[in-house]
Design a binder for this molecule. Structure first.
Ligand code: ZN
Ligand code: ZN
Length: 399
Protein backbone atom coordinates (compact mmCIF):
# COMPACT_ATOMS: atom_id res chain seq x y z
CA UNK A 1 0.00 0.00 0.00
CA UNK A 2 2.81 2.38 0.83
CA UNK A 3 5.79 3.17 -1.34
CA UNK A 4 8.12 1.73 1.31
CA UNK A 5 6.74 -1.79 0.95
CA UNK A 6 9.59 -4.20 0.08
CA UNK A 7 7.61 -5.47 -2.91
CA UNK A 8 7.87 -1.98 -4.42
CA UNK A 9 11.60 -2.53 -4.88
CA UNK A 10 10.97 -5.07 -7.62
CA UNK A 11 13.08 -4.53 -10.77
CA UNK A 12 11.66 -2.32 -13.51
CA UNK A 13 10.02 -4.18 -16.38
CA UNK A 14 11.64 -2.31 -19.25
CA UNK A 15 9.60 -3.94 -22.02
CA UNK A 16 6.24 -2.70 -20.72
CA UNK A 17 7.64 0.59 -19.42
CA UNK A 18 9.18 1.45 -22.80
CA UNK A 19 6.04 0.28 -24.61
CA UNK A 20 3.93 2.70 -22.55
CA UNK A 21 6.44 5.53 -23.06
CA UNK A 22 6.74 4.91 -26.80
CA UNK A 23 2.97 4.78 -27.35
CA UNK A 24 2.05 7.68 -25.04
CA UNK A 25 4.79 10.22 -25.88
CA UNK A 26 3.49 11.05 -29.42
CA UNK A 27 0.13 12.01 -27.92
CA UNK A 28 1.73 14.90 -26.04
CA UNK A 29 4.22 15.92 -28.72
CA UNK A 30 3.51 15.05 -32.37
CA UNK A 31 -0.29 14.77 -32.14
CA UNK A 32 -1.07 18.31 -30.85
CA UNK A 33 1.32 19.80 -33.40
CA UNK A 34 -0.18 17.67 -36.20
CA UNK A 35 -3.78 18.56 -35.28
CA UNK A 36 -2.80 22.25 -35.20
CA UNK A 37 -1.11 22.25 -38.58
CA UNK A 38 -3.02 19.61 -40.59
CA UNK A 39 -6.60 18.71 -41.38
CA UNK A 40 -7.22 15.19 -40.14
CA UNK A 41 -9.93 13.40 -42.13
CA UNK A 42 -13.20 12.46 -40.43
CA UNK A 43 -12.52 8.90 -41.52
CA UNK A 44 -9.42 8.77 -39.32
CA UNK A 45 -11.64 9.58 -36.30
CA UNK A 46 -14.31 7.14 -37.44
CA UNK A 47 -11.83 4.27 -37.78
CA UNK A 48 -10.14 5.31 -34.54
CA UNK A 49 -13.42 4.78 -32.67
CA UNK A 50 -14.30 1.62 -34.65
CA UNK A 51 -10.92 0.03 -33.83
CA UNK A 52 -11.19 1.22 -30.21
CA UNK A 53 -14.42 -0.75 -29.91
CA UNK A 54 -13.07 -3.74 -31.82
CA UNK A 55 -10.10 -3.93 -29.42
CA UNK A 56 -12.18 -3.17 -26.33
CA UNK A 57 -14.84 -5.77 -27.10
CA UNK A 58 -12.12 -8.26 -28.12
CA UNK A 59 -10.85 -7.92 -24.55
CA UNK A 60 -14.19 -7.84 -22.73
CA UNK A 61 -16.18 -10.41 -24.74
CA UNK A 62 -13.18 -12.55 -25.69
CA UNK A 63 -10.30 -12.34 -23.21
CA UNK A 64 -12.52 -11.66 -20.20
CA UNK A 65 -15.99 -13.23 -20.41
CA UNK A 66 -15.15 -16.09 -22.80
CA UNK A 67 -11.62 -17.17 -21.91
CA UNK A 68 -11.04 -16.00 -18.33
CA UNK A 69 -14.54 -16.89 -17.07
CA UNK A 70 -15.96 -19.37 -19.63
CA UNK A 71 -19.35 -17.72 -19.26
CA UNK A 72 -20.41 -18.94 -22.74
CA UNK A 73 -19.08 -20.88 -25.74
CA UNK A 74 -18.03 -19.29 -29.03
CA UNK A 75 -17.64 -20.46 -32.63
CA UNK A 76 -13.96 -20.72 -33.72
CA UNK A 77 -14.51 -17.92 -36.22
CA UNK A 78 -15.59 -15.53 -33.48
CA UNK A 79 -12.69 -16.70 -31.29
CA UNK A 80 -10.29 -15.88 -34.10
CA UNK A 81 -11.71 -12.35 -34.39
CA UNK A 82 -11.36 -11.92 -30.59
CA UNK A 83 -7.78 -13.24 -30.68
CA UNK A 84 -6.80 -10.82 -33.47
CA UNK A 85 -8.54 -7.66 -32.28
CA UNK A 86 -8.21 -8.32 -28.55
CA UNK A 87 -4.55 -9.06 -29.21
CA UNK A 88 -4.23 -5.75 -31.06
CA UNK A 89 -5.00 -3.98 -27.75
CA UNK A 90 -1.47 -4.92 -26.53
CA UNK A 91 -2.56 -6.25 -23.14
CA UNK A 92 -0.55 -9.46 -23.42
CA UNK A 93 -1.68 -12.81 -24.86
CA UNK A 94 -5.02 -14.41 -23.93
CA UNK A 95 -3.18 -17.11 -21.96
CA UNK A 96 -1.29 -14.64 -19.75
CA UNK A 97 -4.19 -12.18 -19.40
CA UNK A 98 -6.84 -14.77 -18.52
CA UNK A 99 -4.59 -16.72 -16.16
CA UNK A 100 -3.71 -13.55 -14.28
CA UNK A 101 -7.33 -12.43 -14.20
CA UNK A 102 -8.40 -15.72 -12.63
CA UNK A 103 -5.87 -15.08 -9.87
CA UNK A 104 -7.33 -11.58 -9.42
CA UNK A 105 -10.77 -13.11 -8.79
CA UNK A 106 -9.46 -15.87 -6.58
CA UNK A 107 -7.43 -13.55 -4.34
CA UNK A 108 -9.22 -10.25 -4.90
CA UNK A 109 -7.73 -7.41 -2.78
CA UNK A 110 -5.01 -9.63 -1.31
CA UNK A 111 -1.92 -7.44 -1.08
CA UNK A 112 0.56 -10.13 -2.15
CA UNK A 113 -1.54 -12.50 -4.21
CA UNK A 114 -3.88 -10.32 -6.28
CA UNK A 115 -1.70 -9.17 -9.23
CA UNK A 116 -3.46 -5.79 -9.37
CA UNK A 117 -4.74 -5.50 -5.82
CA UNK A 118 -6.77 -2.34 -5.18
CA UNK A 119 -5.42 -2.42 -1.62
CA UNK A 120 -2.07 -1.30 -3.02
CA UNK A 121 -3.57 1.94 -4.26
CA UNK A 122 -5.07 3.50 -7.36
CA UNK A 123 -1.82 3.94 -9.30
CA UNK A 124 -0.63 0.41 -8.59
CA UNK A 125 -3.90 -1.23 -9.62
CA UNK A 126 -4.16 0.94 -12.72
CA UNK A 127 -0.71 0.64 -14.27
CA UNK A 128 1.96 0.43 -11.55
CA UNK A 129 1.68 -3.35 -11.32
CA UNK A 130 2.92 -3.67 -14.93
CA UNK A 131 5.91 -1.36 -14.65
CA UNK A 132 7.92 -3.62 -12.37
CA UNK A 133 8.34 -7.39 -12.13
CA UNK A 134 6.37 -7.92 -8.94
CA UNK A 135 6.24 -11.45 -7.49
CA UNK A 136 2.44 -11.14 -7.37
CA UNK A 137 2.33 -11.10 -11.19
CA UNK A 138 4.27 -14.34 -11.63
CA UNK A 139 2.38 -17.08 -13.48
CA UNK A 140 2.71 -20.80 -13.95
CA UNK A 141 -0.54 -21.33 -15.92
CA UNK A 142 -1.64 -24.02 -13.45
CA UNK A 143 -5.05 -22.37 -13.43
CA UNK A 144 -5.24 -22.26 -17.24
CA UNK A 145 -5.02 -25.88 -18.38
CA UNK A 146 -8.23 -25.47 -20.37
CA UNK A 147 -6.70 -22.51 -22.19
CA UNK A 148 -3.54 -24.46 -22.96
CA UNK A 149 -5.76 -26.98 -24.76
CA UNK A 150 -7.34 -24.22 -26.88
CA UNK A 151 -5.64 -24.09 -30.29
CA UNK A 152 -6.53 -20.45 -30.98
CA UNK A 153 -5.26 -19.36 -27.55
CA UNK A 154 -1.93 -21.15 -28.04
CA UNK A 155 -1.53 -19.97 -31.63
CA UNK A 156 -2.03 -16.37 -30.45
CA UNK A 157 0.36 -16.88 -27.52
CA UNK A 158 3.13 -18.22 -29.77
CA UNK A 159 2.84 -15.49 -32.39
CA UNK A 160 1.89 -12.66 -30.09
CA UNK A 161 4.68 -10.20 -30.95
CA UNK A 162 4.23 -10.62 -34.71
CA UNK A 163 0.46 -10.28 -34.30
CA UNK A 164 0.55 -6.99 -32.37
CA UNK A 165 3.06 -5.49 -34.82
CA UNK A 166 1.11 -6.53 -37.92
CA UNK A 167 -2.24 -5.42 -36.53
CA UNK A 168 -1.09 -2.13 -34.99
CA UNK A 169 1.09 -1.00 -37.86
CA UNK A 170 -0.59 -2.79 -40.77
CA UNK A 171 -4.21 -1.75 -40.23
CA UNK A 172 -3.69 2.02 -39.61
CA UNK A 173 -1.13 2.24 -42.44
CA UNK A 174 -3.30 0.40 -44.97
CA UNK A 175 -6.40 2.40 -44.02
CA UNK A 176 -4.36 5.64 -44.10
CA UNK A 177 -3.11 4.86 -47.61
CA UNK A 178 -6.61 3.91 -48.77
CA UNK A 179 -8.08 7.20 -47.49
CA UNK A 180 -5.04 9.29 -48.50
CA UNK A 181 -4.34 10.43 -44.91
CA UNK A 182 -1.47 8.21 -43.75
CA UNK A 183 -0.24 10.22 -40.74
CA UNK A 184 -3.72 11.18 -39.60
CA UNK A 185 -4.59 7.48 -39.41
CA UNK A 186 -1.30 6.49 -37.77
CA UNK A 187 -1.79 9.09 -35.04
CA UNK A 188 -5.55 8.72 -34.42
CA UNK A 189 -6.37 5.09 -35.34
CA UNK A 190 -2.89 3.97 -34.29
CA UNK A 191 -1.47 5.73 -31.23
CA UNK A 192 -4.48 7.56 -29.77
CA UNK A 193 -6.80 4.54 -30.15
CA UNK A 194 -4.26 2.24 -28.47
CA UNK A 195 -3.56 4.49 -25.48
CA UNK A 196 -7.23 5.33 -24.87
CA UNK A 197 -8.08 1.64 -24.96
CA UNK A 198 -5.26 0.86 -22.52
CA UNK A 199 -6.47 3.30 -19.92
CA UNK A 200 -10.19 2.60 -20.16
CA UNK A 201 -9.49 -1.12 -19.72
CA UNK A 202 -7.16 -0.38 -16.79
CA UNK A 203 -10.00 1.59 -15.16
CA UNK A 204 -11.68 -1.75 -14.47
CA UNK A 205 -8.81 -2.80 -12.23
CA UNK A 206 -8.36 0.61 -10.66
CA UNK A 207 -11.43 2.91 -10.55
CA UNK A 208 -13.97 0.06 -10.61
CA UNK A 209 -12.49 -1.05 -7.26
CA UNK A 210 -12.69 2.45 -5.73
CA UNK A 211 -15.61 4.43 -7.09
CA UNK A 212 -19.27 3.36 -7.12
CA UNK A 213 -21.93 1.42 -5.28
CA UNK A 214 -21.88 -2.07 -3.77
CA UNK A 215 -25.39 -3.50 -4.11
CA UNK A 216 -24.45 -7.18 -4.14
CA UNK A 217 -21.52 -7.63 -1.78
CA UNK A 218 -19.32 -5.59 0.52
CA UNK A 219 -16.81 -8.40 0.97
CA UNK A 220 -14.43 -7.00 -1.66
CA UNK A 221 -13.64 -3.56 -3.07
CA UNK A 222 -15.37 -4.02 -6.46
CA UNK A 223 -18.02 -1.43 -7.38
CA UNK A 224 -20.88 -0.87 -9.82
CA UNK A 225 -20.50 2.39 -11.72
CA UNK A 226 -22.52 3.55 -14.75
CA UNK A 227 -19.93 6.09 -15.94
CA UNK A 228 -17.26 3.39 -15.95
CA UNK A 229 -19.65 0.97 -17.67
CA UNK A 230 -20.00 3.49 -20.50
CA UNK A 231 -16.22 3.86 -20.82
CA UNK A 232 -15.40 0.16 -20.49
CA UNK A 233 -17.80 -1.47 -22.98
CA UNK A 234 -20.09 -2.59 -20.14
CA UNK A 235 -17.56 -3.83 -17.60
CA UNK A 236 -18.39 -1.16 -15.02
CA UNK A 237 -20.83 -3.39 -13.11
CA UNK A 238 -17.86 -4.82 -11.33
CA UNK A 239 -19.50 -5.45 -7.94
CA UNK A 240 -21.97 -7.79 -9.63
CA UNK A 241 -19.18 -9.34 -11.70
CA UNK A 242 -16.98 -10.17 -8.71
CA UNK A 243 -19.85 -12.01 -7.02
CA UNK A 244 -21.22 -13.72 -10.13
CA UNK A 245 -18.21 -14.04 -12.40
CA UNK A 246 -19.69 -16.89 -14.47
CA UNK A 247 -22.58 -14.76 -15.75
CA UNK A 248 -22.00 -13.63 -19.36
CA UNK A 249 -23.69 -10.36 -18.36
CA UNK A 250 -22.15 -7.65 -16.19
CA UNK A 251 -25.03 -5.20 -16.41
CA UNK A 252 -28.10 -7.31 -15.67
CA UNK A 253 -30.88 -4.71 -16.04
CA UNK A 254 -32.20 -3.60 -19.40
CA UNK A 255 -31.12 -0.01 -18.71
CA UNK A 256 -27.54 -1.04 -17.89
CA UNK A 257 -25.04 -0.09 -20.63
CA UNK A 258 -23.40 -3.41 -21.50
CA UNK A 259 -22.59 -3.62 -25.24
CA UNK A 260 -20.42 -6.68 -24.56
CA UNK A 261 -23.50 -8.54 -23.30
CA UNK A 262 -25.55 -7.32 -26.27
CA UNK A 263 -22.94 -8.61 -28.70
CA UNK A 264 -22.74 -12.03 -27.02
CA UNK A 265 -26.56 -12.30 -27.01
CA UNK A 266 -26.88 -11.13 -30.63
CA UNK A 267 -24.24 -13.66 -31.73
CA UNK A 268 -26.31 -16.43 -30.09
CA UNK A 269 -29.20 -15.69 -32.50
CA UNK A 270 -27.01 -16.80 -35.41
CA UNK A 271 -25.27 -19.62 -33.57
CA UNK A 272 -21.89 -17.91 -33.13
CA UNK A 273 -22.26 -18.15 -29.34
CA UNK A 274 -23.95 -20.89 -27.27
CA UNK A 275 -24.50 -21.97 -23.64
CA UNK A 276 -24.74 -18.42 -22.29
CA UNK A 277 -24.65 -18.67 -18.49
CA UNK A 278 -26.95 -16.53 -16.36
CA UNK A 279 -27.25 -16.44 -12.59
CA UNK A 280 -30.89 -17.15 -11.52
CA UNK A 281 -32.75 -13.99 -10.47
CA UNK A 282 -33.46 -15.46 -7.06
CA UNK A 283 -29.74 -15.71 -6.27
CA UNK A 284 -29.27 -12.10 -7.33
CA UNK A 285 -32.14 -10.94 -5.11
CA UNK A 286 -30.76 -13.05 -2.26
CA UNK A 287 -27.34 -11.40 -2.56
CA UNK A 288 -28.84 -7.91 -2.62
CA UNK A 289 -30.91 -8.62 0.47
CA UNK A 290 -27.96 -10.12 2.29
CA UNK A 291 -25.97 -6.96 1.58
CA UNK A 292 -28.93 -4.90 2.87
CA UNK A 293 -29.03 -6.93 6.10
CA UNK A 294 -25.31 -6.46 6.62
CA UNK A 295 -25.65 -2.71 6.21
CA UNK A 296 -28.68 -2.53 8.50
CA UNK A 297 -26.86 -4.49 11.20
CA UNK A 298 -23.86 -2.20 10.93
CA UNK A 299 -26.12 0.81 11.35
CA UNK A 300 -27.79 -0.75 14.38
CA UNK A 301 -24.41 -1.57 15.91
CA UNK A 302 -23.51 2.10 15.68
CA UNK A 303 -26.67 2.95 17.61
CA UNK A 304 -26.17 0.20 20.20
CA UNK A 305 -25.00 2.68 22.85
CA UNK A 306 -28.16 4.74 22.52
CA UNK A 307 -30.07 1.81 24.00
CA UNK A 308 -33.43 3.42 23.44
CA UNK A 309 -36.71 1.60 23.06
CA UNK A 310 -36.83 2.64 19.41
CA UNK A 311 -33.49 0.95 18.62
CA UNK A 312 -34.62 -2.24 20.37
CA UNK A 313 -37.85 -2.18 18.37
CA UNK A 314 -35.99 -1.77 15.09
CA UNK A 315 -33.63 -4.58 16.09
CA UNK A 316 -36.64 -6.81 16.70
CA UNK A 317 -38.18 -5.90 13.33
CA UNK A 318 -34.90 -6.60 11.55
CA UNK A 319 -34.59 -10.00 13.20
CA UNK A 320 -38.13 -10.81 12.12
CA UNK A 321 -37.22 -9.89 8.55
CA UNK A 322 -34.12 -12.08 8.80
CA UNK A 323 -36.24 -15.05 9.91
CA UNK A 324 -38.59 -14.45 7.03
CA UNK A 325 -35.63 -14.24 4.66
CA UNK A 326 -34.14 -17.51 5.95
CA UNK A 327 -37.49 -19.23 5.44
CA UNK A 328 -37.81 -17.95 1.86
CA UNK A 329 -34.28 -19.11 1.06
CA UNK A 330 -34.96 -22.56 2.57
CA UNK A 331 -38.19 -22.81 0.57
CA UNK A 332 -36.32 -21.94 -2.61
CA UNK A 333 -33.67 -24.60 -1.94
CA UNK A 334 -36.41 -27.17 -1.41
CA UNK A 335 -38.02 -26.12 -4.69
CA UNK A 336 -34.72 -26.56 -6.52
CA UNK A 337 -34.50 -30.11 -5.20
CA UNK A 338 -38.06 -30.78 -6.37
CA UNK A 339 -37.31 -29.38 -9.80
CA UNK A 340 -34.29 -31.62 -10.16
CA UNK A 341 -36.32 -34.66 -9.09
CA UNK A 342 -39.09 -33.84 -11.54
CA UNK A 343 -36.58 -33.48 -14.36
CA UNK A 344 -34.90 -36.78 -13.45
CA UNK A 345 -38.21 -38.60 -13.26
CA UNK A 346 -39.31 -37.26 -16.61
CA UNK A 347 -36.07 -38.42 -18.14
CA UNK A 348 -36.31 -41.97 -16.76
CA UNK A 349 -39.98 -42.28 -17.73
CA UNK A 350 -39.15 -41.18 -21.21
CA UNK A 351 -36.62 -43.96 -21.50
CA UNK A 352 -38.74 -46.74 -19.95
CA UNK A 353 -42.28 -45.89 -20.98
CA UNK A 354 -42.23 -44.57 -24.46
CA UNK A 355 -45.94 -45.29 -24.85
CA UNK A 356 -46.91 -42.80 -22.20
CA UNK A 357 -44.34 -40.30 -23.28
CA UNK A 358 -46.82 -37.73 -24.53
CA UNK A 359 -48.92 -37.96 -21.40
CA UNK A 360 -45.91 -37.79 -19.10
CA UNK A 361 -44.55 -34.82 -20.90
CA UNK A 362 -47.82 -33.01 -20.49
CA UNK A 363 -48.02 -33.84 -16.81
CA UNK A 364 -44.52 -32.79 -16.15
CA UNK A 365 -44.70 -29.62 -18.10
CA UNK A 366 -47.74 -28.76 -15.94
CA UNK A 367 -45.57 -29.58 -12.97
CA UNK A 368 -42.78 -27.45 -14.31
CA UNK A 369 -45.13 -24.52 -14.81
CA UNK A 370 -46.31 -24.85 -11.23
CA UNK A 371 -42.75 -24.96 -9.88
CA UNK A 372 -41.76 -21.99 -12.01
CA UNK A 373 -44.72 -19.99 -10.69
CA UNK A 374 -43.73 -20.85 -7.12
CA UNK A 375 -40.17 -19.82 -7.84
CA UNK A 376 -41.34 -16.51 -9.23
CA UNK A 377 -43.50 -15.90 -6.17
CA UNK A 378 -40.45 -16.43 -3.94
CA UNK A 379 -38.42 -14.05 -6.08
CA UNK A 380 -41.13 -11.40 -5.71
CA UNK A 381 -41.27 -12.03 -1.96
CA UNK A 382 -37.55 -11.27 -1.73
CA UNK A 383 -37.91 -8.13 -3.77
CA UNK A 384 -40.70 -6.86 -1.53
CA UNK A 385 -38.68 -7.73 1.52
CA UNK A 386 -35.74 -5.77 0.15
CA UNK A 387 -37.97 -2.68 0.07
CA UNK A 388 -39.02 -3.30 3.68
CA UNK A 389 -35.43 -3.71 4.89
CA UNK A 390 -34.50 -0.55 3.01
CA UNK A 391 -37.25 1.28 4.85
CA UNK A 392 -36.01 -0.13 8.16
CA UNK A 393 -32.55 1.22 7.39
CA UNK A 394 -33.99 4.68 6.78
CA UNK A 395 -35.80 4.49 10.11
CA UNK A 396 -32.58 3.43 11.82
CA UNK A 397 -30.86 6.55 10.58
CA UNK A 398 -33.35 8.60 12.59
CA UNK A 399 -33.64 6.28 15.59
ZN1 ZN B 1 -11.77 -6.72 -10.28
ZN1 ZN C 1 -13.50 -10.97 -14.30
Amino acid sequence: MSSSSPAEQAPINWVTTLMFVFTTLPLFTVLPWYLWTHDVSGWAWFWGVALLYANGIGITAGYHRLWAHRSYKAHPLLKLVYALFGGMAIQNSILVWASMHRIHHQHVDHVDKDPYSAKRGLWYSHIGWMLRDYPSAELDFENARDLKADKIVMWQHRHYLALILVMNIGIPVLLGLAYGDLWGFVLIAGFLRLVVNHHVTFFINSLAHFWGRQPYTTRNTARDNDVLAFLTYGEGYHNYHHLFQYDYRNGIRWWHYDPTKWLIAACSWVGLTTELKRVPDFKIQRAMLQAQFERAREKLAQKANANTGRVAELQHLLEQEWQHFSQTVAEWSRLQGEKLEAAKQQFSERVHERMHEAQNQWEHSEMRQKLLAMEQALEEALEMQRQRVKLLRVQMAYA
